[in-house]
Design a protein around this ligand. Structure first.
Ligand SMILES: *Cc1c(COP(=O)(O)O)cnc(C)c1O
Length: 216
């Protein structure tokens, strides 16, 4: 199937309230343009250099999301244009994003990434760190708009469902503390339908749209 056909198929499975982030990491400008011409405007990348290069080379009405782990010393390369940073996993990183937002005279929307106990990734906040950030006075150049999480990489779909349900409950808790919390980013090609059933309203889908990646 072609990229536009895949895109249409994925879209047909998403309820209207669910935003699709097309994950274009490792994919060429030509492949991204095929999705763009089929109407897709929101794309996600996980490497700062690749993201910055594509932003420069591709149409300016694309909304670029940073979905991968972000190092503090690289925030400056995307602060001028990024539409949403998904993986904020420390207060230090949040403060750096705020600083770079100020330099660029903008407010940068961010999602907090929660750590899930069994997940292999070492990134993400625990409950204490989450509370510390939620109780923080507002930083002027960032806006916390929700949560992001990844389920454990396992064929056990009941485990995956439990983890999404757990994230969803934390999201609801955050909403009692923060009125601006409205994005719950969870679900990838292999598990987005479960994620949506458990409350996701933003899915990050790569291989189901663009095909398998050659590396990573
Ligand atoms: C690569 C990636 C995705 C998309 O993965 P697919 O399985 O190709 O849909 C989603 N989220 C993050 C954080 C990723 O790095």
């Amino acid at each position: 199937m072609t990229i536009p056909e895949n895109l249409q198929l994925v879209r047909s499975k998403l309820p209207e309230h669910v935003e699709l982030v097309a994950v274009s990491k490792t994919k060429s400008n030509e492949e991204i343009m095929q999705a763009y011409e089929a109407g897709q405007r929101v794309f996600g990348e996980n490497k700062v250099q690749e993201l910055a290069r594509k932003q420069e080379e591709l149409p300016k009405d694309i909304e670029w999301h940073m979905i991968g782990h972000l190092q503090r010393n690289k925030v400056k390369y995307l602060a001028s244009f990024v539409s949403l940073i998904h993986g904020v996993d420390s207060l230090k990183l949040l403060r750096e994003i705020n600083k770079q937002g100020q330099k660029n005279q903008r407010v940068i929307p961010c999602l907090l990434q929660m750590h899930i106990a069994m997940e292999s990734s070492k990134f993400g906040l625990n409950r204490e760190e989450l509370d510390e950030i939620l109780d923080l006075e507002e930083l002027e150049h960032i806006k916390l708009v929700g949560l992001m999480g990844m389920a454990t990489f396992t064929p056990d779909m009941e485990q995956v469902r439990k983890e999404f349900a757990f994230l969803s409950s934390i999201f609801e808790y955050c909403q009692t503390k923060r009125s601006d919390f409205n994005i719950l980013s969870m679900g990838m090609s292999g598990d987005y339908q479960i994620a949506i059933e458990e409350g996701s309203n933003m899915v990050r889908i790569g291989s189901s749209i663009f095909g398998a990646r050659n590396y990573q």
